[in-house]
Design a protein. Structure first.
Length: 437
């Protein structure tokens, strides 16, 4: 179904669309996108905006426009849009600001806004709520910066912040401390802060020192890398960093640096940011491991997951045999990790294979794998596969996209489907969906 194309009417008489950035979808197939426009009254000062068809009635509606006033308190205007997300009938976006009185500075020129729609039966109105702005008051200090709707290394295709009516994210404060906050109702409510005890049973007296970006797709669960305060609650500098899962405000360690892995003689060395399945608490993360005589640089990269209510499990390890590949094939690197919901919370990831192992070459060294409903790892597609009589040359999946980084892409939580763009050796392309059984 064609939604909109270049040349279609945009905003105002004679104004038309001239270009688009990649759209984002909600669970029911409605979309939001950034676009450029041209026509009467349009200049470089106001030729960019955000649109959605997710509001009541389904009409394409402008959500925000460059040059429009974003904050009535000081008259700051929208300068550019960094990222947009759509959940339900709510658009969340991050923008840079300019102008205003007093004049916007580098200390308060970045903000995030949530937009919904209200109707009295005749006229629909956009309702704009400021979620966060640099420089705003937070307790006895102010917000120096925030991390919201940004792609994360190791999991660029996984959204981690936005649910309809709420955003959960990391704020860095002017006094040097940090906090993980819920941005509901126009206020920032911290659920974890520097100096706060973890609240969990395993480390009841330990306190937080710093955080990575939070994975919090709902208000029940949250997961993140955190560094604890050394010397407090039995924590040392050697084991202060770990992956933590929060349930109802209490945080328990899923894995910690120097902690045992279940691989004989190996312990955790370092982590990348975790991903969290909506509504289930299932968590997955990349990690490097170490172990004298048992781990080398050719097999120290790993992926892990803990199913909801389950135990921590090794998902994949560099140098080991990938699922559903020929004898001698070995994993080399793991590019992007995600985790689905749909009541199952199964991980999926893209990876490259070691060229020269088991007949692997540059024409077939990348693939997508996912955990099925029985907990088994399945190969979904690999370069060199034949689809519809054509050979896959490359594929694109689980990547961040300019204009909407930090938003879930390439899979559906509701239908357990993975979607990717395949480029074939004859130069043609196709969008392919795969159901994970």
């Amino acid at each position: 179904m064609l939604v909109v194309k270049v040349g279609d009417p945009a905003a105002g008489a004679g104004v038309t669309f001239t270009g688009f950035k990649d759209p984002v979808l909600n669970a029911t197939g409605q979309l939001a996108f950034a676009a450029t426009i041209a026509g009467p009254g349009i200049s470089s000062a106001n030729n960019t905006g955000l649109w959605t068809n997710a509001f009541a009635g389904g009409a394409l509606t402008m959500v925000a426009q460059k040059g429009a006033v974003a904050d009535a308190a000081d008259g700051a205007k929208l300068l550019s849009f960094a990222s947009v997300s759509l959940q339900g009938a709510e658009v969340l976006y991050v923008a840079s600001l300019q102008g205003g009185a007093p004049l916007v500075t580098s200390a308060n020129n970045r903000a995030a806004y949530a937009v919904t729609s209200a109707s009295n039966g005749e006229v629909s109105t956009n309702l704009v709520r400021q979620v966060v702005r640099e420089g705003q008051v937070f307790g006895s200090t102010t917000v120096r910066s925030f991390k919201l709707l940004a792609a994360t290394s190791g999991s660029p295709g996984q959204g981690r912040a936005h649910t309809e009516g709420n955003a959960a994210f990391l704020v860095l404060l002017a006094n040097g401390t940090q906090a993980l906050v819920d941005g509901m109702g126009g206020s920032l409510t911290p659920f974890a802060q520097t100096g706060q005890v973890t609240g969990g049973a395993l480390l009841p007296a330990a306190t937080f020192k710093s955080f990575g970006p939070v994975a919090a797709p709902d208000t029940t669960y949250a997961a993140m890398i955190s560094t604890l305060t050394s010397g407090v609650g039995g924590v040392t500098s050697a084991n202060a960093k770990g992956i933590f899962l929060g349930i109802g405000g209490a945080f328990e360690p899923v894995a910690r640096v120097t902690g045992v892995t279940g691989i004989t003689g190996a312990t955790f060395r370092a982590f990348k940011d975790p991903v969290l399945a909506p509504a289930t608490g299932a968590v997955a993360f990349p990690a490097t491991i170490k172990g004298l005589g048992v781990v080398t640089s050719s097999d120290d990269a790993t992926l892990w997951w803990r199913p909801a209510g389950g135990t921590l499990t090794l998902l994949a390890r560099e140098g080991s045999q990938p699922a559903e590949t020929g004898a001698g094939v070995k994993w080399k690197t793991f590019a992007s990790l995600a985790i689905s919901g749909g009541g199952r919370g199964g991980p999926l990831f893209t990876a490259t294979l070691l060229q020269g192992s088991g007949g692997v070459s540059k024409t077939n060294d990348a693939g997508i794998w996912a955990v099925d409903s029985a907990g088994a790892l399945r190969l979904l597609v690999r370069e060199g596969d034949v689809i519809g009589g054509k050979t896959v040359k490359t594929f694109t999946a689980l990547t961040g996209v300019s204009g909407s980084p930090g938003v879930t892409r390439s899979f559906s939580n509701n239908t357990n489907q993975v979607i990717y763009r395949a480029t074939f050796t004859d130069g043609s392309q196709a969008v392919v969906t795969v159901h994970v059984p």
